[in-house]
Structures are given as C-alpha cells and as structure tokens.
Design a protein around this ligand. Structure first.
Ligand code: GDP
Length: 442
C-alpha cells in the first residue's frame, strides 16, 4: 500500500535532506513535488491543497531555512502533518463500563463488512481478552449469514443468527438480550449493505441503532475504490453519524488516496485497517506509524508488536543462547522461518523496517516462492542433516533435491548460505560487528 506515494515522497525528501542550506525556492519546489505525488495517489484535491499550504507555511515560518540541517526539519514537519492528516493519535474502541459493549458495523455491500466483523471480533479477543459475540443482521445479501457463521466461529466468537426470514431489527434486539444473558464483553452487529446508499438502508441502520444503542458505529469502506470510499463516508456521515472508519482492502490499494483523505473530508478517523483476506490481517490504525511507513522511516513499533504475538520470551532466550554458542541448526532456522511467515507476507513485514521500504521500491523484491523452496528443501532433510548440514554431500544432495522438487544447485546454495549466516551470527553473538563485506566475498 502507498507504494508509489512513498517512493515519490522519499525521493523528494531525500533530495531536500541532502542539502546543507535551503532557499524558499527549494521549499516551493519540494511542495510542488509533494502536491503532485499526493494527487497521483488519488488524495482529494482540497486536502492536498490544504496539506501543502500548511507544510509550506510551517517550513517558511519556523525559520527552518536559516537553520542547521534544514532538510531534517522539513522531513519532520511533513511527518507531523501526514500524521495529523490521518487523524493524529490513534483511537480504538472505548469499552462500556457496563458490558456488553455494542459495536454496529455499517457499509456498502462488498465493502468487506462481514469479514471485518469477524476480524474485529478476533482482534478484541486476542488483544483485550474479550468474550465476543457477533450478530448476523445482514439478511439480504445471499449467504451473508452463513459467511458470518463460518468466519465468526473461526475468529472464536459466538455467532448469533436467526436465518434470513426475520426482521434485522428484531434479530439485533434478540442478540443484545442474549449477549447480556451470556455475559459477553462485546457484541458486534453485522448489518445489511446495499450496492448504493439508499433511504431504506439508512432507515434500517437508524432502527437498529435505536434498538441496541451501540457504543460505537464503524463504517467499513473499501480502500480500493479510492475517492468513492471518501464520498460514501461523507454521505454516511450526513445520514447516520458514525464514530470511525474501518479501511478495508488496504493491501490491494497501492495509492492510498482514501486512507489519506477520509479524516480530513469527513472528520471521522480511521480506527482499523484490514490488510488481507485472512482473519489476522487486521490491525488498529496508527496515523503516526503509517506516516513513518510512507516516509520510509519504518514502523518498528508495529513490527515489534507483531513479533511479540508470535514469539514467546522463553523461545527468544533459547534462540539467543543457541546463536551465541553456535548451536543454531537448520531445524531452528525452519522454525524461525515458519514463525516469521506467520506474521504475514514477508513483503509487508519488510515494509515496516526502516530502509527496507525504499530498497523494495528500487526493485528488490521479496520472493515468497523462494521461501517455499527453502522450506521444502529443509523439510526433505533428515533431522541429522538439519543439525549438521556439513553432512550434505554427494548422494544426499541428490536425494534432498528430488525430495523437495528442486535441484542440486538449490540445495548447495542453501547449505552454503546457511553456513555464512551461522558465521555472521557467531560474530554478532560475540558482540562483534559482522564483517559483511568479507562474507559477501565468499
Ligand atoms: P460485505 O458484503 O461488506 O459483507 O463484504 P465481505 O466481507 O463479504 O467482503 C467482500 C470480499 O472482499 C470478500 O471476498 C472478502 O474476502 C474480501 N475482503 C474483505 N476484506 C479484505 C481485505 O482487507 N483485503 C482483501 N484483499 N480482501 C478483502
């Protein structure tokens, strides 16, 4: 997401950063480039105008020009304004002191509402330990109820449904009673979407709102529809006041226009981002981290949070011990590889690391298939071979190549690279900075 925009902004800013002094002309030029980059990213033009104006005023007003490292200051200002543009601080759902906290999900058909309902349930369960129920009130879209039963159950939520013959308002009321009786912390109500916003849809939402008095109404919009998503949000905001946006399908949105415009246009913050079809591809939206990601400053905090979900402390210590003592085997490597891959597609993980985003844009692509191959090769080895890769010679190589559907060269390469990696780790384990160049020469 935001690939093209990130690339352009980073280019512009690295140009600015590289200079010892800045003139007003330099600032104007940078602003022109930023304006173009934002427009190309499909950001609402009024938002772009306001944004560049504010950044420019701050750059010129803060006496940045005369200062040491003026470029750094400009980067800082752009970062702060990008963060503010997306809503400033991150907000989540405020839990009601008297459970269940009721969340109403609204949105057009196909926006990803049902998926987001299950994802939010999973998120609240994982992050807050809440017991969650979801209510199937989308009785119009074919198979929406079955879909919620399926994904809701996968998410570990109780699914309250009464088929498609009943009135959605009655179902919502019934679900709320049931959530109270069963002592749930949270009830998430999936409502009907339509292809377009229409009077009946809005009326139904209002009726459900009256019936269950939600603590939060979330609007799900499809990031891939760009400015349409912003228009939909605006129309919804006029008809039914909502609290925040769930931006879905951000993974498929290379431009990012909707995510960057929606707060400024509607006044409603993005609370969650959905970044894939899988249930765990859903995260709280942090404007500051997103701005840093766009500017190539990395999003180390999100990365650490993700890692913490996958690795437990004991395992981490054990790993460190093995690395230090040079006992790290291909078996351990396989385990790590699997855990890292559980965190999500590698490209998105690398995108959170400072510097990597830029590297990726310069054409360094992460090849997930290559990882599949590596995994297959290690799996084709015997446990003994995984512990002592130096055994892998001659006929063993051929056997592993055949077993993994690869070839002898690929097996050789993996064994060699693993040897280099071990050397590197040994150096780091001894507290030395690794001699990368020496390793590359091998
Ligand atoms: P609803 O009609 O609003 O309930 O929409 P659904 O939840 O059924 O989602 C519509 C389609 O979008 C489904 O095929 C989902 O798998 C897909 N989808 C939902 N969220 C995401 C997302 O964040 N990324 C991607 N790539 N697909 C998504």
């Amino acid at each position: 997401m935001f690939d093209a925009l990130a690339e352009k902004l980073q280019e512009t800013l690295s140009d600015v950063r590289g200079r010892g002094t800045l003139t007003e002309d330099d600032v104007n030029k940078a602003m022109r480039e930023i304006r173009l980059a934002l427009l190309e990213a499909d950001v609402n033009f009024k938002v772009v105008k306001q944004f560049t104006q504010t950044v420019k005023e701050r750059c010129l007003g803060a006496g940045v020009l005369g200062q040491l490292n003026p470029g750094q200051q400009v980067v800082k200002i752009v970062n702060e304004e990008l963060t503010a543009l997306m809503g400033g601080s991150s907000a989540g759902i405020t839990f009601s002191p008297r459970p269940p906290t009721v969340v109403l999900m609204a949105g057009l058909q196909g926006s990803g509402k049902t998926t987001a309902t299950a994802k939010l349930a999973r998120h609240l369960k994982e992050a807050h330990g809440s017991s969650v129920a979801v209510a199937a009130c989308d009785v119009y879209r074919p198979a929406a109820v079955e879909q919620l039963v399926k994904v809701g159950t996968q998410a570990g939520a109780a699914v309250y449904e009464q088929g498609t013959d009943k009135d959605p308002v009655d179902i919502a009321r019934w679900a709320l009673d049931r959530a109270k009786t069963e002592g749930k912390d949270v009830l998430i109500v999936d409502t009907s979407g339509r292809l377009h916003i229409d009077e009946r849809l809005m009326q139904e939402l209002k009726d459900i709102r009256k019936a269950v008095k939600p603590h939060a109404i979330l609007l799900v919009v499809d990031a891939m529809t760009g400015q349409d998503a912003v228009n939909v949000s605006e129309q919804f905001a006029e008809a039914v006041d909502f609290d925040g946006v769930v931006m879905s399908k951000l993974d498929g949105d290379a431009r990012g226009g909707a995510a960057l415009s929606v707060k400024a246009v509607t006044g409603k913050p993005i609370l969650f981002a959905s970044v894939g079809e899988k249930l765990d591809q859903f995260e709280p939206f942090h404007p500051d981290r997103m701005a840093q990601r766009i500017l190539g400053m990395g999003d180390v905090l999100s990365l650490i949070e993700k890692a913490e979900q996958q690795f437990d402390e004991d395992e981490a210590k054990e790993l460190e011990r093995k690395l230090r003592r040079d006992e790290f085997t291909l078996e351990d490597f396989l385990k790590q590889l699997r855990q890292i891959r559980k965190m999500g597609p590698l490209a998105s993980i690398l995108g959170m690391m400072p510097g990597f985003a830029a590297a990726q844009m310069k054409g360094v692509k992460v090849d997930e298939k290559e990882l599949d191959r590596i995994q297959a090769i290690i799996l084709a080895m015997t446990p003994e071979e995984r512990r002592r890769p130096e055994l892998i010679k001659g006929s063993r190589r051929l056997r592993i190549a055949k077993g993994s559907g690869t070839n002898v060269q690929a097996v050789n390469q993996l064994v060699k690279q693993f040897g280099q990696m071990r050397k590197l780790m040994k150096q780091i384990g001894r507290g030395k900075m690794p001699d990368l160049q020496a390793l590359m020469r091998q």
